[in-house]
Design a protein around this ligand. Structure first.
Ligand code: 5GP
Ligand code: ZN
Length: 137
């Protein structure tokens, strides 16, 4: 895709620090380095996001993300977050599918992911929520 910055990275028109490459997938350091070693894994074939990527590319991207997570764990990370944002409301800013591999070193890491517990609010709707998702798979 001509106007896509990650397609430009794949083509070599924008430089990047590559950590893995094959015919289907590229992994390179995220420019923001949220934590040291923060890496992006992308399919070479343009897809807008996780939800739109074909399963074969998606499987390969996840398999490479696993390799990179293991490399980070071998070289000092104590944990890793695997994250992919779908659409702007979820924080997606580059619309070429990518998986963030974010190594975690300690509780002072410059990333905060927290889950609010809304079980009280939704406890009477749990079956309806599950049924709605199940019926639209
Ligand atoms: P998103 O917000 O879409 O989940 O993540 C996009 C990521 O792409 C951001 O973490 C941002 O730092 C990274 N990014 C944006 N432009 C570039 C670039 O030109 N080079 C690299 N290496 N990363 C980029
Ligand atoms: Zn692209």
């Amino acid at each position: 895709m001509t106007n896509c910055i990650f397609c430009k990275i794949i083509n070599g028109n924008i430089p990047s620090y590559k950590v893995y490459e094959d015919e289907q997938v590229l992994a390179f350091l995220d420019i923001s380095q949220t934590t040291k070693g923060h890496t992006l894994v992308i399919p070479k074939s343009h897809a807008k996001n996780f939800a739109e990527c074909d399963d074969n590319d998606l499987n390969k991207v996840m398999s490479v993300a696993k390799k990179i997570a293991n490399s980070l764990l071998k070289t000092g990370a104590k944990g890793v977050n695997i994250l992919s944002n779908i659409n702007e409301v979820a924080g997606q800013s580059v619309f070429h599918f990518h998986v963030h591999v974010i190594p975690r070193y300690n509780e002072n890491d410059t990333i905060k992911i927290s889950f609010v517990n809304n079980n009280e609010k939704y406890k009477d709707e749990m079956q309806n929520i599950a049924t709605l998702i199940k019926n639209n798979l």
